[in-house]
Design a protein around this ligand. Structure first.
Ligand SMILES: NC(=O)c1ccc[n+]([C@@H]2O[C@H](COP(=O)([O-])OP(=O)(O)OC[C@H]3O[C@@H](n4cnc5c(N)ncnc54)[C@H](O)[C@@H]3O)[C@@H](O)[C@H]2O)c1
Length: 266
């Protein structure tokens, strides 16, 4: 059985740990690591079947040969801090803070270890088609993300611009830019832009719209290539256990882990 470690014991890390604990993912959860140790301890104590250790630091996880897969569910900073150490130790790395993979300082890691870096489809679908189109070159990708203004009001980007979204009566475009700019402006919520950039290897033009009529988080994507034009719209429902995470994104991580854990060790 594959050995697993989770870095980041917040909303999504907790959902993943629970899925492993319930046997949805066939793996042995060996470590939990969090900058806030008490969060890792609380999560470990809440599990019924799995008995992970709370890691004292990344060296413990990287140095344990029984760990083959590490899930980063923490932050872009965590990817920058830990990815190299884990990949150099031969681990498979599932990256949830996908925006980090667009950072120039992370690029050498992608070039060297791409086959062991795994990006879940997250709150999107259709990345398989985007990757296929990239074989002959994608011309352009457009992403429009619509959220209720209340879900954007607390983001550092909206706050730093002094935008008051509380009385919006019609949709307002609050951000326009590239994928790299989008994940810097919204580091927690625009992983989809980074996933599209990585899958398409093409420019991604991102719009974020505060829409008072949006009851769900909506992603609309158009991908242009010589092979086809792809139109995609996903309306995401919050996870029943944790409304800060989209249900589909959580399921996509669990599904990816199920696949990885079924693969034979090489
Ligand atoms: N790709 C996807 O589908 C997807 C889905 C959900 C969340 N995410 C991403 O996953 C990350 C976590 O999301 P969340 O909602 O669980 O956040 P959260 O705030 O609930 O939990 C994050 C946890 O990670 C810990 N942490 C942060 N930086 C750390 C570091 N450098 N080292 C160790 N621990 C660290 C925090 O203490 C916290 O406990 C975010 O970057 C989010 O954007 C991606």
């Amino acid at each position: 059985m594959k050995g697993l470690a989770i870095i980041g014991c917040g909303a999504i890390g907790g959902i993943i740990a629970k899925a492993v604990d319930e046997g949805l993912v066939e793996a042995e959860l060996r470590y939990l690591l969090d900058a806030d140790r008490s969060k890792a301890e609380r999560l470990a104590a809440s599990l019924h079947r799995q008995k992970p250790r709370v890691a004292s630091g990344i060296a413990e996880v990287a140095g344990d040969p029984r760990v083959s897969i590490v899930v980063e569910a923490a932050s872009q900073e965590a990817v920058v801090q830990y990815a190299e150490r884990l990949l150099e130790a031969g681990k498979e790395l599932v990256v949830l803070s996908v925006g980090a993979l667009l950072k120039p300082e992370v690029k050498p890691l992608l070039d060297k270890h791409w086959s062991r870096i795994h990006v879940p489809s997250g709150a999107l679908a259709g990345l398989d088609a985007v990757k296929a189109m990239a074989l002959i070159g994608v011309d352009r990708v457009e992403l429009t993300t619509r959220k209720h203004p209340s879900k954007l009001a607390d983001t550092p980007y909206v706050k730093s611009r002094g935008l008051d979204l509380s009385r919006l009566e019609k949709p307002l475009v609050v951000f326009e830019g590239t994928a790299a700019e989008a994940v810097e402006a919204f580091p927690r919520s625009l992983n989809v832009a980074a996933a599209l950039a990585l899958a398409s290897n093409a420019p991604v033009y991102v719009k974020v719209v505060a829409d008072p009529s949006a009851e769900r988080n909506i992603h609309e994507v158009t991908v242009y290539s010589e092979a086809s034009t792809l139109f995609l719209r996903v309306e995401n429902v919050p996870h029943p256990d944790n409304p800060r995470t989209s249900y589909l994104a959580a399921l996509s991580v669990v599904s990816l882990l199920r696949d990885l854990c079924m693969r034979k060790a090489s």
